[in-house]
Unconditional design. Structure first.
Length: 246
């Protein structure tokens, strides 16, 4: 649906909004905001008609929502740890991936020069995700934008938090245990199952004499991370997210 923006009429905007509603699960009260969010500078009559201003606003909204999400989800993480996770979650590569998953490239309004590109630049896809966040914010308010962001970036937060590229739950549990109890957690292998080439491991975290709910993992590293997450949740009075049966 990529095209130049000249000669746009209301029925074109309405048609775009209807198509995006099916894809995004959000219905714009003011479809012109959606149209602006999808309009690249190359396809705009002038720069102020492009999505650049929305991108500016969306970047700020996205950062604020992700920071709030991280603050509440990981109460034992230090500022540096939260910053590492945020940098992964709101990175250009992550936002471009989410745009591609939503199929936003099908709706972008581009100039002729951009249409001829065989592959959509990742920076363009990331920018349009930010502009879309801003459009939803202006159209439906903070809660609508927050819901849109959390639904899509929530899994990215969990992935970034458990990976080597950012903070991990074992480090968080160790910080908590040393600060609150003056002890270092240990991890106990309780069980394993499956053939040698595809074993699963059951591991629990223990601080002093207190053992927390065990978790299964496809390898020892994953099981330890999940066991640490169980322990963190239980220390915060929350139910363990990883049950013993997998």
């Amino acid at each position: 649906m990529a095209s130049e923006s000249q000669g746009i009429v209301e029925k074109d905007i309405a048609s775009l909004a209807a198509a995006c509603r099916e894809r995004l699960g959000y219905e714009f009260r003011n479809p012109a905001l959606l149209y602006a969010a999808l309009t690249h500078a190359s396809g705009a009559l002038h720069r102020l008609a492009s999505n650049e201003r929305l991108e500016f606003l969306g970047d700020a909204i996205l950062g604020a929502v992700v920071c709030e999400l991280l603050y509440h989800r990981f109460p034992d993480f230090l500022e540096g740890d939260l910053t590492k996770i945020k940098s992964v979650v709101v990175s250009r590569s992550t936002l471009a991936k989410l745009s591609a998953q939503e199929g936003l490239q099908d709706f972008l309004i581009l100039g002729k020069g951009m249409i001829t590109h065989a592959e959509m630049p990742a920076s363009l896809l990331a920018d349009v995700f930010e502009s879309l966040v801003a459009a939803i914010y202006l159209d439906g308010g903070h809660e609508a934008a927050r819901d849109f962001i959390v639904e899509r970036l929530g899994p990215e937060v969990e992935f970034a938090a458990s990976g080597d590229s950012a903070m991990n739950f074992k480090s968080s549990l160790q910080q908590h245990a040393q600060r609150e109890f003056g002890q270092t957690p240990i991890y106990q292998l309780l069980d394993e199952k499956g053939p040698d080439h595809s074993k699963c491991f059951k591991i629990s975290a223990q601080i002093g004499k207190m053992r927390y709910s065990p978790a299964w993992g496809r390898n020892k590293k994953e099981a330890e991370q999940r066991a640490a997450r169980n322990a963190i949740c239980e220390l915060n009075g929350e139910p363990a997210p990883f049950l013993e049966d997998g």
